[in-house]
Design a protein around this ligand. Structure first.
Ligand SMILES: Cc1ncc(COP(=O)(O)O)c(C=O)c1O
Length: 342
């Protein structure tokens, strides 16, 4: 596969994160999260999110983080409101239902975001024994379409959920992209918006692998659920070490800023060529409709995915290692395809 904009999963491991693996690779250490590095990483995450009671559970991948979060917050007779385009709904092969025993209720979304009016409409038949009871909402921040819920939108949804006794879960596979775009502190999540659980991504941000589930308050049963869903890492220290480096070395901020700058550069170049992105470019993704012949041609040198086979909307993702030159050469190819008009 050539370099390109396929996914932030396609890039290699960030060297500082690789180095963090080496740093914990010298001694024997207790397993299953009882080692000193895991404790250090948990304390670091608690301080970054400024929530001292935060329960932090490391897992291998993002699907597991979502499943563990929802399984812990829901009984088997309950359901969760999600957006129709959410990863939970369309890209987890029904793991939430199969493994988590949680029913998802997909709702229409606008630019990837759930709308309060739809959430309100979906909150029906409470107390009706025939109907799976809505227990909470899961929002993805940034969304799968690269857009970001504004502070007002977040506030509105969280306030309403709390008033209704619903939990709020955030799928933050790329959380820092959103926080950096909004200039929000991670501390706002639990303090200001009072979210109940967060799936905190690592893999898409330069890690080898590893994600975390953060619960605002301790759920003792989550430990057992993690084991039951086969996601208790025996050598947890290797995930912990990456999170430590990610936060101690300010990589979370640096990577998010870099990706957004490049996404904006690409957006600008496309607009100058008369090609307008489908959604506001607010994180590391640019969605754009391309001619079918162009897709075939450009993908020979810059790999990317066609997001929607019907509309030919393509997704161009920036990674931590994306470069200005990647953007310039992509744009030059567009120039040649546009017939050398420029
Ligand atoms: C928003 C979002 N959540 C969760 C995941 C799940 O991650 P994984 O593929 O590690 O299970 C992804 C992966 O693409 C994602 O984009």
């Amino acid at each position: 596969m050539n370099r390109g904009f396929g996914s932030d999963n396609h890039s290699p491991v960030h060297p500082w994160l690789f180095e963090s693996l080496n740093q914990v690779n010298h001694h024997h250490a207790p397993s299953y999260g009882t080692d000193e590095f895991t404790l250090k990483a948990i304390l670091k995450i608690r301080s970054v999110f400024d929530w001292k009671d935060l329960q932090v559970l490391f897992v291998f991948n993002g699907t597991a983080a979502n499943v563990l979060a929802l399984k812990t917050l829901c009984q088997s007779y309950q359901s969760v409101l999600v957006s129709d385009v959410s990863h939970l709904n369309v890209d987890e092969c029904a793991a939430p239902e199969m493994v988590g025993r949680v029913k998802l209720i997909p709702l229409p979304s606008k630019q990837g975001k759930l709308q309060l009016k739809d959430l309100k409409q979906a909150l029906i038949r409470r107390g009706d024994q025939h109907f799976s009871q809505v227990a909470g909402i899961s929002i993805t921040q940034p969304t799968e379409l690269g857009t970001v819920y504004s502070p007002e939108e977040l506030q509105e949804i969280c306030r309403w959920a709390q008033a209704q006794g619903l939990f709020v879960h955030v799928d933050g596979a790329r959380l820092h992209n959103a926080l950096s775009f909004l200039k929000l502190s991670p501390a706002d999540l639990f303090n200001k918006y009072q979210v109940d659980a967060l799936s905190l991504g690592g893999t898409k941000n330069g890690f080898l692998f590893g994600e975390a589930v953060l619960f605002k308050k301790e759920h003792p049963e989550a430990l057992y659920y993690r084991k039951q869903i086969t996601q208790l890492p025996s050598k947890t220290r290797y995930i912990a070490a990456q999170f430590l480096a990610y936060y101690e070395r300010q990589l979370f901020h640096e990577i998010a800023e870099h990706q957004h700058q490049l996404a904006q550069l690409l957006e600008k170049g496309l607009i100058e060529r008369g090609i307008c992105p489908e959604y506001p470019v607010q994180s590391n993704a640019v969605f754009v409709k391309l001619e079918p012949q162009w897709i075939k041609e450009i993908r020979k040198s810059h790999f990317f995915y066609v997001w929607d086979e019907h509309t030919k909307v393509c997704r161009l993702m920036m990674s931590w290692d994306s470069k200005v030159e990647d953007i310039s050469s992509f744009l030059s190819q567009i120039d040649s395809l546009q017939g050398g008009l420029r």
